[in-house]
Design a protein around this ligand. Structure first.
Ligand code: GTP
Ligand code: MG
Length: 204
């Protein structure tokens, strides 16, 4: 994908205040601190477009980015942040559930898991929602620079077993090393082309 333009559009606190449904959307979801914002920046080759942080729970709204004036990327607030204020934790579930179930242009969810962590109950609940709403899911194991090659195979097997997904179905990613960028773009483009987005430029 040649990224000609990537522009922050708005932060929405709920489904009602999302921008008009003019383009298809791909959302990025996962535990807080798993690397969602970093992965989006890496895909877009824009270091500071999406705010990243070592403080979990930083992204607390639905953040919309217009890509090539053709589709949206939506950076979703992470779940599982133990230190976030109670009010934030309470509002997360209806916000995300409402968005996933009610947002018509949502075509796919890139679902991130940290290679070093076993999927949590919240991860599995989130996966249930994706299945319940019939959303195309692109599972990605992130931060693979943190483990050895040998360890990676073992971790993938555990994560696949716990989620019930095929290990082959996971893309592996490292924003630090730029690993997985092409693969994830290809999967996103596949979903968007199935949804007949006109004028998608060829992959670079
Ligand atoms: P919230 O918005 O709080 O939900 O977090 P997030 O999922 O958007 O995570 P973010 O992209 O802010 O990254 C969290 C931390 O992980 C930052 O310190 C990043 O630098 C780091 N990080 C992200 N991706 C990678 C990676 O592939 N490898 C390594 N080593 N660190 C990463
Ligand atoms: Mg974030």
């Amino acid at each position: 994908m040649i990224v000609k333009s990537a522009e922050f559009i708005t932060s929405a606190p709920d489904l009602k205040r999302c921008p008009p449904a003019q383009w298809p959307e791909v959302a990025f979801a996962g535990r807080s601190n798993v690397g969602k914002s970093s992965l989006i920046n890496c895909l877009l080759n824009r270091k500071g477009l999406v705010r990243t942080s070592s403080t979990p729970g930083r992204t607390q709204l639905l953040n919309f980015f217009a890509i090539n004036e053709l589709f949206y990327f939506v950076d979703l607030p992470g779940y599982g942040f133990a230190n976030a204020p109670k009010s934030v934790r309470k509002s997360w579930q209806p916000m995300i559930h409402g968005y996933l179930s009610g947002r018509k242009p949502l075509h796919a969810v890139v679902w991130l898991l940290d290679v070093r962590r076993d999927p949590t109950a919240e991860d599995l609940l989130f996966l249930d929602w994706l299945e319940e709403f019939g959303l195309a899911t692109i599972p990605v194991v992130t931060k693979i620079d943190k483990v050895s090659r040998n360890e990676l195979g073992k971790r993938l097997a555990i994560i696949a077993a716990k989620t019930g997904l095929d290990p082959e179905h996971f893309s592996t990613f490292s924003t630090l090393k730029g690993i997985g960028r092409e693969d994830v773009w290809e999967r996103i483009e596949d979903v968007l082309s199935e949804s007949s987005v006109e004028g998608l430029p060829a992959s670079d």
